[in-house]
Design a protein around this ligand. Structure first.
Ligand SMILES: NC(=O)C1=CN([C@@H]2O[C@H](COP(=O)(O)OP(=O)(O)OC[C@H]3O[C@@H](n4cnc5c(N)ncnc54)[C@H](OP(=O)(O)O)[C@@H]3O)[C@@H](O)[C@H]2O)C=CC1
Ligand SMILES: O=C(CO)COP(=O)(O)O
Length: 349
């Protein structure tokens, strides 16, 4: 299949390698001419993935119209904050070229201000005549490991069975196993909200807290992800899968994770603005913490870890205050959270 990868960052590059290894004709679009030249001439992308060598069959272009003209499938691998404007531009080009494509995005976050999932943003911006389906590919998949072809599993989700099955068939290789999942909302929400918990774990790690504390925050974090996600329309069981607990573990426990590293740097005293500026790659969890905090207030959903992280990141809450407000909360029952949601879900079948 002819596929256009929109974005020449870490994940876009690693996925281009997967698709190329599967025999697809991949053209990458990047806005940065130097990166495009590096991919075409040196077959590397050192700013994003240090030690990889790209096959010379992977080509890149600086011309978005050329990328739109090339692809039967467009894979959108840009940060959430760039999705709406990118989708607007792509849509105009598809209309001009009178073309219909399958759209697949890989971003993990909620849009600031609207609180929308990425597929909702795309649905708003793409003309219905210009696409066959809008899918997401998500799961525990650090670009650094995908690019080394280390065994990885992800899920492809969309509303239409045929669309997500094409995405599954297109990406699946012996190193990169793709499941299909009809719960588009659950898959997108799990991928977005785990980044919040990864920042929190990075802070704990940086402050020298132990494994007991980190396990507590991961587990209770999963409960609050599921509470908000279910309110947003997700199937609670999805949070038990690759795009829920799977991605939460991989992001909260790895130095590859930009969100985890952001937390560690905060704990060392660096300012959030400096961290974002110096990371050189997107840290989706920062904006998503804001969006989830606002959503939890709107829906009156109990999300203590998200709320404390929001206050720590944006309102100057101290580490001691954060610690006490979590540990000294009113007593509660463990089964009131995710376990109850799952039980209700299973009972309803
Ligand atoms: N890295 C990973 O392991 C994974 C990442 N993801 C998700 O994929 C998405 C992309 O992440 P990732 O590739 O890591 O991010 P990076 O920061 O590594 O790369 C982002 C890419 O998007 C481009 N970009 C940024 N803003 C714009 C814009 N306004 N218009 C056009 N292009 C733009 C950047 O271009 P430039 O180089 O010119 O700045 C760069 O090519 C995120 O939502 C992330 O959560 C999902 C799974 C794994
Ligand atoms: O989503 C990821 C792995 O599945 C990557 O997480 P980071 O964006 O924190 O690096």
């Amino acid at each position: 299949m002819k596929i256009s990868m929109i974005g020449t960052g870490s994940f876009g590059t690693s996925l281009a390698m997967v698709l190329d290894s599967n025999g697809h004709d991949v053209l990458m679009y990047g806005r940065n001419k130097n990166t495009v030249n590096e991919i075409n001439q040196e077959h590397s992308n050192k700013n994003y993935l240090k030690d990889i060598e790209l096959k010379d069959s992977i080509k890149a272009t600086n011309d978005l119209e050329e990328a739109v003209d090339h692809g039967e499938m467009l894979v959108l691998a840009v940060p959430v904050k760039a999705m709406r404007s990118m989708a607007k531009t792509l849509n105009e080009m598809l209309t001009k070229q009178n073309k219909k494509v399958l759209i697949c995005h890989v971003a993990k976050g909620l849009e600031l201000g609207t609180h929308k999932r990425v597929s909702e943003v795309l649905q708003e911006e793409f003309d219905e005549n210009n696409y066959t389906d809008i899918a997401v590919l998500s799961g525990p998949s650090h670009a650094e490991e995908v690019s080394l072809m280390l065994p990885t599993t992800v899920s492809a989700a969309s509303v239409n069975e045929s669309g997500r099955k094409i995405v599954q068939d297109t990406f699946i290789t012996k190193h990169f196993r793709v499941y299909e999942n009809k719960d588009l909302i659950g898959v997108e929400v799990g991928g977005a909200l785990k980044n919040i918990i990864a920042i929190a774990i990075g802070i704990l790690d940086g402050l020298g807290f132990g494994d007991n504390t980190k396990s507590a925050v991961i587990t209770r974090g999963l409960h609050e992800i599921a509470r908000l996600g279910t309110k947003m329309g997700a199937d609670p069981l999805t949070f038990m899968g690759l795009t829920g607990v799977g991605d939460l573990i991989v992001t909260a426990m790895s130095e590859h994770s930009r969100n985890f590293r952001c937390g560690k740097m905060l704990a060392s005293g660096q300012s959030l603005d400096d961290i974002i500026e110096n990371m050189g790659m997107v840290v989706e969890g920062v904006n998503t913490t804001k969006a989830a905090y606002e959503l939890s207030n709107q829906f009156e959903i109990d999300m203590p870890i998200t709320n404390v992280l929001y206050l720590y990141l944006f309102e100057g809450l101290s580490e001691d205050e954060a610690f006490f407000s979590l540990m000294m909360r009113e007593k509660t029952s463990e089964t009131d959270g995710l376990i109850k949601l799952m039980k209700n879900r299973v009972d309803s079948e």
